[in-house]
Design a protein around this ligand. Structure first.
Ligand SMILES: [Zn+2]
Length: 228
């Protein structure tokens, strides 16, 4: 076994079976670079590969922090959906990029079944988009789009913070996802909201990023008008 990994025992709340899932030792994960939508690239081991626990008996999948947190209603829906299902691959040992992608897809499927909040779905879709980015796969754009749609819904309907995003970070991220998807006018609007947010003083890094990406988007926008 890769000695940057350790194994953790988990009990599936759906089928009751115990299994082990790998986790990355955080000090073994060296950051290579960060993208403007908060995606972190690692030198070698990426801890995100192991974020999702997948039960090898019934395929129930969820991030570690919500794996056991089920209401009775959710457990009922999921038990019905997952009973008798077979898992075609093992997620319990070292994971490849494709394994991590498959684990995130299962987690999104589970989150949809349990009617997770838009904010939760947005976060899962964003991470799956990043995994496709690491692979150089065009499906990145599809999942950035799902993530953006869900973050917009969460911004309008759900209490903050959304995951670990406070208001200014969420406005900035909506701007950056819009920019990456070519929605330049929307991006300019959202970066504009972020730079005047009352939270900017406590979040100087986000304010700086928002100003930089705002300027970049304005020049991209002028460029695209010139080419029309
Ligand atoms: Zn299970």
């Amino acid at each position: 076994m890769n000695n940057s990994l350790y194994s953790k025992k988990v009990v599936c709340p759906i089928c009751g079976k115990q299994f082990s899932s790998m986790k990355a030792k955080i000090n073994s994960c060296k950051v290579k670079k960060r993208d403007e939508d908060f995606c972190i690239h690692y030198m070698d081991l990426n801890p995100m590969y192991y974020d999702i626990f997948v039960c090898p008996c019934c395929a129930y999948a969820a991030p570690e922090n919500t794996f056991r947190e089920l209401t009775e209603e959710e457990a009922g829906i999921l038990k019905e959906a997952f009973s008798g299902r077979k898992v075609g691959r093992s997620f319990c040992s070292e994971r490849s990029l494709d394994d991590a992608i498959a684990a995130y897809k299962l987690a999104i499927y589970t989150a949809e079944l349990r009617k997770a909040s838009a904010g939760t779905l947005a976060g899962l879709c964003l991470k799956l988009a990043w995994l496709f980015r690491f692979k150089g796969d065009k499906q990145e754009e599809l999942f950035l789009g799902y993530s953006l749609r869900n973050y917009l819904e969460a911004f309008n309907k759900e209490p903050l913070p959304i995951g670990n995003l406070n208001e200014i970070s969420l406005m900035y991220l909506i701007g950056e996802l819009s920019r990456r998807l070519g929605k330049l006018n929307e991006a300019i609007t959202w970066f504009g909201k972020a730079v005047v947010s009352p939270e900017r003083k406590e979040n100087p890094k986000i304010e700086k990023l928002a100003r930089e990406q705002w300027a970049l988007t304005r020049s991209q926008h002028m460029e695209s008008e010139k080419n029309e």
